[in-house]
Design a protein. Structure first.
Length: 332
């Protein structure tokens, strides 16, 4: 039978080792306070740090993906600014309804009220209030155009408002002016030729036109006449050609339908002058619409309109003298 190994003092080795361990722990309180080391955890490597995320550029949005129109500098087709391609038809229809409302309020209602008040003979006698009213209408039309430009963030060239090529725009204005007179005379001659001389309708219309001429400010100063005709040209061209025509083109999708509707509305504006004048003015409206589209210049049609009205005013002023000369020649 074997005995347990002992140290030189006769104490078993296991008890001797346990006693030494107890003595060492008692001698070092710091070591006793430390927790036992987990050797399995110590053997595991430290977790690696996650790499920072790198932002990647997104692909550009496809054309037409924007819910609202982006600034005009980015998308407007400069080759056809009058077509308003960057507006949806719904947006164009809403703007068109606003333009039509402004046209009815500033044009048709006052003309209709005067026509009813005077029994259909024509507009009221000219005075200072007419000049103020015409310039007020021009300012309202300009304000409406500015509002639409800012709200839709579109170029002024979309309404024919250009600041370049002044000589070219003046040349277009002269061409439009001569074309207006040619169409005006041709339509008038055709109407007179197609209507029998004994027709009471023709006589009544000519009498109506004479009454209208008498209401014009032929006795006013040249400055007053120029201011009045300038207000009329600015107001009517900005409203009918600059706004109505372009928005109708966007809504209907065709130039010919936009031109037809605009010309009919423009002729209806002059109904107090009689049907003869309305037919002639419809022909003038076709010329103004066509050359506005060709020139893309609102200034050209404004200037042509002003020159036409100015020449008409001078002719009306000379009519009494011409009639007097004819009467003297017939008496002699």
């Amino acid at each position: 039978m074997h005995s347990a190994p002992t140290n030189p003092g006769g104490e078993p080795l296991e008890e001797h080792a346990a006693g030494l361990s107890h003595e060492a722990t008692a001698a070092s309180p710091t070591a006793a306070a430390q927790p036992p080391v987990d050797t399995a955890s110590a053997a595991e490597p430290a977790p690696r740090r996650a790499a920072p995320a790198i932002g990647l550029a997104r692909p550009a949005a496809a054309p037409g993906a924007f819910a609202r129109p982006v600034p005009y500098a980015a998308v407007e087709p400069l080759a056809a600014p009058l077509e308003l391609r960057y507006l949806t038809r719904r947006e164009a229809a809403l703007d068109l309804s606003l333009v039509l409302l402004a046209t009815i309020v500033t044009h048709y209602l006052p003309a209709l009220a005067v026509w009813v008040q005077q029994g259909g003979l024509g507009p009221a006698e000219f005075d200072a209030t007419v000049l103020i009213a015409k310039w007020s209408e021009a300012v309202l039309a300009a304000g409406l155009a500015a509002y639409l430009l800012l709200r839709q963030r579109i170029r002024p060239a979309s309404f024919g408002l250009r600041g370049d090529d002044a000589p070219g725009q003046i040349a277009w204005a002269l061409l439009t002016f001569f074309a207006m007179y040619a169409v005006f005379l041709a339509v008038g001659a055709a109407l007179v030729a197609l209507t029998p001389e004994e027709s009471t309708l023709l006589r009544r219309e000519l009498s109506r036109r004479t009454e209208f001429f008498r209401t014009l400010p032929t006795e006013s100063s040249s400055l007053t006449t120029i201011l009045l005709l300038a207000a009329v040209a600015v107001h009517e061209e900005l409203l009918f050609r600059g706004l109505l025509l372009t928005y109708l083109r966007r809504v209907t999708g065709r130039w010919w339908s936009a031109v037809a509707i605009t010309s009919l509305l423009f002729a209806a504006l002059h109904f107090p002058q009689g049907w003869l004048a309305m037919v002639q003015i419809a022909g003038l409206a076709l010329v103004l619409c066509g050359l506005f589209i060709a020139s893309r210049s609102l200034l050209a049609v404004m200037l042509a309109h002003f020159l036409f009205d100015l020449c008409q005013m001078q002719i009306v002023r000379l009519l009494p003298d011409v009639q007097e000369m004819l009467e003297r020649g017939g008496a002699s």
